[in-house]
Write a protein that binds this ligand. Sequence first.
Ligand code: ADP
Ligand code: MG
Length: 705
Amino acid sequence: MSEVVNVAEIFGKNVFNETVMRERLPKSVFKKLKKTIEDGAELDPSIADVVAHAMKDWAIERGATHYTHWFQPLTGVTAEKHDSFISTPDASGKVIMEFSGKELIKGEPDASSFPSGGLRATFEARGYTAWDCTSPAFLREDAVGVTLCIPTAFCSYTGEALDQKTPLLRSMQAIDKQALRILRLFGHTDAKRVVPSVGPEQEYFLVDRAKYLQRKDLIYAGRTLFGAMPPKGQELEDHYFGAIRERIGAYMNEVNQELWKLGVTAKTQHNEVAPAQHELAPIYDQANLAVDHNQMVMETLKKVAGRHGMTCLLHEKPFAGVNGSGKHNNWSLTSDTGINLLNPGDTPHENIQFLLVLGCIMKAIDKHADLLRESASDVGNDHRLGANEAPPAIISIFVGDQLEDVINQLCSTGEATHSKKGGTLSTGVATLPNLDKDATDRNRTSPFAFTGNKFEFRMVGSSDSIAPPNVVLNTIVAEAFKEAADELEQAEDFDEAVHDMIKNLLADHRRVIFNGNGYSDEWVAEAERRGLPNIRSMVDAIPAITTEKAVKLYETFGVFTRAELESRAEVEYETYAKAINIESRTMIDMAGKQIIPAVIKYTTELAESLCKVKAACPDADVSVQTELLQETSALLSEMKAALADLIDITEKSLAIENACECAHAYHDKVVPAMAALRAPADKLEMIVDKDLWPFPSYGDLIFEV
Ligand code: ADP
Ligand code: MG
């Protein structure tokens, strides 16, 4: 048994949070900082030295030797450069520990080595990290020692955002401003801020580290590039919510403790659908913290796995044929006075403010479906979206029976007079309590589902940052709110104007509502009839971010400039091409150096034994051996030809200079060539002796963790 932990005692232990600040900062400084954090006021640089000093003392008391500006460049992961606190030794050779306000507020990492999509040439190296005081500094304890991590935004010398955080903070300002206008219209004059709340549910796989190390595809690409299905997959559904095994339990226990110390509210854990797949969900938080915390969750999941002899795979599709991993992004809007704008109450038909918010969200999603789709695309997610396990690549909204009924009433008669009720669920067992039913069932197949008082965007990939989807949600809803507020603020008869507006919004954008089975072929056809976009891949999704529609949206709300959008598109194309290039080269390596030699060995042994049998007994029936030899040799030559093709196509694709064309070549030509190489190899795996096969099988990986 592991030792007993007092969660309340360790929670937030490594965070420079409000309690610590209140204790350690002079009152006036604390007040000023809190004003910036809570009201979005500009940071007063004169307090930086005092805060830095207090932060340093606190960190050093806890064993910290270094500090780092922790930021989120466009690589999808976080970046950091560590500096120790030591100063130049004095005459006697002594050092003191220093950390100035300037060092807290501003860092200067070399920007040229991070993706910038042409915003920065290699010689234009200067980039800055700027302290984001709305996300608290924290201490990370690991083999490096104790490091003070300061969450920062990352910009180029010319002020363009080079990271995920800057546009997120900008989009939070936009939605704050516009949502407040909506609240004011309904008489909520006391609210000062509206903040998006986000709760991401993180899925992941765990595999045994020793086996992982035998697979180059897992090492280089984070997913298997070869592998035949084991006799058992997930068909029995015995893993989902199954009892958590000891080894995994010990791992989850340590992950939770690490996260709690970092102030991350790890809350829910369970086994997922696929064997070896699990999920972790924190309690929702404001968007900016949720994004930072999700990065910490991913880092912690990976780090702790190593300590338990395992490797955590965050890839969206580590194994073909079994479920992949996603990240459900739960999103709502809450005022500082505690109003959740997405709460319909018990009688949504009477809740005019909610219906207006719902109409605006429907409009936003309908108009900018392409942007939302793009925000969830990453290389790995191409294997999931539209592949009957994740939501389809078509964006639609699930609102459930109750709201759909209200929408129908409003659209058909112009009035909504009642709301469906959930009722009571009778269990049929006298000793069990009857349960209050929700007014609406769930829908697992919808990409954007209303779940009571929040929307759950279910398309995001498990390894991806959740910043982009939230940037999109915040900005597109801000736009719809702005357009509504512009009109309603001028209305002579507010009640009539808002009633008409809701009716029009619901009627105009009803096509984006779909409550049925999103995995079905009928829906694909129906969506096409409705004119909803069905964007099938990452490379097809990328152009959405540079359309005139997108540029206008983002420039209006100061979230991205045209140059930033163009640079991001460039980065995405480059990322796609690079990732597929790595996968292709890994396959070439494994096929040429491991699989083909193993198959040759197998056929040689088979041929030798065939000869021996013939020699010993000329009349023996050797048809089985002969057939096997023929079949194996045919597959081997198919593999060899496919390998030669893949080498050739990859080389040609790599040589293409234009990033967009290059990415398309990888998508249209290299990916199919990879599939053509994989097919015979997977068949061979089913034939060749297990002892000869050069790496662990799917069964070894997912059933023997
Ligand atoms: P599910 O049954 O879909 O797992 P949960 O209620 O457990 O739903 O929530 C899943 C995630 O959604 C959690 O991270 C949770 O904190 C978050 N969540 C709950 N309410 C809200 C809300 N109002 N806004 C944003 N996220 C929320
Ligand atoms: Mg959920």
